[in-house]
Design a protein around this ligand. Structure first.
Ligand SMILES: C[S@@+](CC[C@H](N)C(=O)[O-])C[C@H]1O[C@@H](n2cnc3c(N)ncnc32)[C@H](O)[C@@H]1O
Length: 236
């Protein structure tokens, strides 16, 4: 796995343009805007149920706030929706998955339910939707001081159980994103080549997650932004 001295937004600049992308978990659409601008997708599907969920791993506000977010995201992308470049699916991630034929998405960005079962469920559901060499990205690959994020455990177990490959993670975010694939071919192979050619300071962690686990992080905040010092340890 490549540890990238990039933010998740900077990583998008290295992704191929003109692809079919789905973002699972949209909230206010801030990252959707980045996906649209930086990846110039042929098609961007935005999936969120915009539901108040008392007791969820993270609560995103009451139902009135959720409704406001849905209205704001829809308004923000009016032109792109009209041009059939963006579509908004106000559904659960599981329900919306029926919209996508297996093997047809080039990039899936998952940032929805951060519980173990939520992350694992989304990985199981959306990995088959990827084209060969497609990129499945997931956000918040981190512990959280307040919330019980289980992204790391779910991703590592999923990769070990299914043979999915964890290809890269960002290390200039306090809450990193990572990239997985079904096969290192096509877009994924090209992405790796481009990153190695264009980004100085990448570290390649071998045997992750087969023999290593992502243990903890040290975050350094400085004038240039966030610098993560990822720590990997032998699996217990
Ligand atoms: C962290 S926010 C997304 C932030 C967004 N990706 C960004 O970076 O700007 C998580 C969102 O996932 C949505 N969500 C959580 N569980 C979901 C589920 N099972 N199905 C659909 N959406 C879900 C929540 O409503 C919330 O808006």
């Amino acid at each position: 796995m490549l540890v990238l001295p990039l933010t998740r937004e900077e990583l998008l600049d290295h992704l191929p343009k003109g692809r079919r992308i789905a973002e699972i978990g949209v909230a206010r659409g801030e990252f959707s805007t980045e996906l649209l601008a930086r990846c110039e997708p042929a098609e961007l599907s935005l999936v969120d149920h915009w539901l108040a969920e008392p007791g969820a791993t993270v609560e995103y506000g009451d139902q009135a706030e959720q409704d406001r977010r849905h209205v704001a995201v829809t308004a923000n992308f009016t032109a792109e929706i009209g041009a059939e470049r963006v579509r908004i699916l106000r559904q659960s991630s599981a329900e919306a998955s029926a919209t996508f034929t297996d093997g047809t998405l080039d990039v899936v960005y998952i940032d929805a339910d951060h519980s173990y079962d939520g992350v694992r469920g989304d990985l199981e559901t959306y990995m088959p939707k990827l084209a060969p060499g497609g990129l499945l990205m997931d956000h918040d690959f981190a512990r959280h001081k307040t919330f019980d994020f289980r992204v790391i455990e779910a991703v590592e177990d999923f990769a070990r159980d299914t043979g999915a490959k964890v290809v890269a993670m960002t290390a200039r975010d306090a809450f990193p994103s990572f990239v997985m694939t079904n096969e290192v071919v096509g877009d994924c192979r090209d992405l790796i080549s481009r990153l190695l050619a264009e980004v100085p300071g990448i570290v390649d962690v071998a045997d992750y997650p087969s023999r290593l686990s992502y243990a903890s992080i040290h975050v350094l905040d400085n004038a240039d932004g966030v610098n993560l010092v990822p720590r990997f340890q032998t699996r217990q």
